[in-house]
Ligand binder design. Sequence first.
Ligand code: HAM
Length: 422
Amino acid sequence: MAKGIQSVKGMNDILPQDTPLWLYLEDTVRRVFEAYGYQQIRLPVLEQTALFQRSIGEATDIVEKEMYTFEDRGGDSLTLRPEGTAGTVRAGMQHGLFHNQIQRLWYMGPMFRRERPQKGRYRQFFQVGVECFGMPGPDIDAELILMTRRLWKALGLEGLTLQLNTLGTAETRVRYREDLIRYFSAHKDALDEDSKRRLHKNPLRILDSKNPAMSALISEAPTFDAYLDDDSTRHFQGLCEILDQAGVAYEVNPRLVRGLDYYSKTVFEWITDQLGAQGTVCGGGRFDGLIEHFGGRPTPAIGFAMGLDRLVELLKDSGKDVLSAPDAYLIAMGDKATKKALVLAEQLRDQLPFLRLVTNCGDGSYKAQFRRADKSGARYAIILGEEELEKVSVSIKDLRDGQQERVAQDEIAAWLKQRLEY
Ligand code: HAM
């Protein structure tokens, strides 16, 4: 369909040749999170626009220019979720999940941001996120980092590095913010357009600029350490101690500020240099003030989200081969055999519930059916021809070495079981 209706720019189809890798990634994530006692939460894709404006922040790129916002037929302003933290907080407050409780939650699904699409950056992308509530100490910060490290290991991903920073409390940031505005205002001529725009709205984001022309100015800017309150300093030291003991390598990056307004204290990112400009595969941090900001009781909270599109890209580059081919392909020749084949396939599935068996629906010569069997990647072709039908048997051909033997129909399951390690 060269000219017909196409998908929306930046919103990709994930085709059958790629889904095995996605399923493998999603299964591995689920297994690792469950092993740490995390429970899944499922949230709507649409929320009230105000939810994101008030949590992510009015002066952020996301809220300023990337949200898919529209008025629905009832006149409400709704937004396709650009991330999952705000929705998790909304759901937790609405259903009373936070009061005097500890929660370890995770979610998975599509998010929407109208960014400029490029490799690793899409307008519909997939995140897996984790949000924890009710735990104030650095132990849970460390657990999240250890859990992500375990996930990289389970996926066989190497070369990811961890960057850490602490943003202190909202109060300490006020003074820092003022001094940053003063510093950058004194060098206004050296600021690029983005930074000029951010100067009074969100000066901390200037520190995050990727523009090389800004790097000298940024490196001379006041750093946050001098402003940090004692409690945040202790918290950060506590986290670093646990990570040191657990042998997690990290780099403290005082310029790491993250692009959303709700953070306080710990922030972190896992980064790779293998994906070009979009190298952050996972980012998160504490948002101790967010629930109170929405009118709830003060509730410590921390979480992260990772970009599945980027992780799939990394898995592909690492040459990860995920088994998706069927075990066997059932070939049937002639009308009678075709009918019997489906019954036989059902019997085999009863006997071997995990058998990956494809039947040849749609007729075809032996040659055509063998071609389909080969194309499916199946290990074995099970052949039911007229002669086999008469002898209540099948022929089984090993499609790798071409060996073929006759097997009685009531022995197929045992024959396969022995060879397929079920
Ligand atoms: P974020 O840094 O905006 O944080 O996104 C987290 C991850 O989602 C990024 O590191 C990246 O891997 C992926 N990602 C973001 N935008 C795109 C895009 N346009 N295309 C592909 N992948 C993308 C959050 O969303 C926070 N809610 C994380 C968090 C949870 N903090 C606390 N709890």
